[in-house]
Design a protein around this ligand. Structure first.
Ligand code: RB5
Length: 151
């Protein structure tokens, strides 16, 4: 799968370990940084990976910052992105099955590199359930466009 990855300075080691892990599993990973040793603003890196997903250059995005929260807030502002901060493998599974999330966000100051890899694997391997969830996801996307929520 084509995956766009980025992190801020709080998560460089965890991101590099995840890139290696995903490539070893056959994924086509584009790593948008940041570089080791620089202090950056997480919205800039959220935008790089989220735009790649929104433009169809990557199927999924993975973002890591200290908490997984700020970078997720930023990614969620990009049209077409459904980003979720994940805390455990079950939330990784459910946000794919029910929300059709296309960007997963992790906190490197909360979870170990191995825990992030496990959650990322579940996120990438799980498909959307569709059915009743299709209309709910459509309502999320209507909100994004400032349109009335479909009844
Ligand atoms: C950076 O210090 C930190 O604020 C950032 O990584 C993230 O946790 C923001 O939500």
């Amino acid at each position: 799968m084509k995956i766009a990855i980025a992190s801020d300075h709080a998560a460089v080691e965890e991101r590099l370990a995840l890139v290696e892990h995903l490539r070893s599993r056959g994924h086509d990973v584009t790593d948008f940084g940041c570089e080791r040793g620089e202090s950056v603003d997480y919205p800039d890196y959220a935008a790089l990976a989220a735009n790649a997903v929104a433009e169809g250059k990557a199927e999924r995005g993975i973002l890591i910052c200290g908490t997984g929260i700020g970078i997720c807030m930023a990614a969620g502002k990009v049209n077409g992105i459904r980003a979720a901060t994940l805390s455990d493998p079950w939330s990784a599974e459910m946000t794919r099955r029910h929300n059709d999330a296309n960007v997963a966000c992790f906190g490197a100051r909360i979870h170990s590199a191995k825990a992030i890899q496990r959650m990322a694997d579940v996120f990438l391997e799980t498909t959307f359930d569709g059915g009743r969830h299709t209309d709910r996801v459509a309502k999320i996307m209507a909100l994004e466009k400032g349109q009335p929520v479909p009844s």
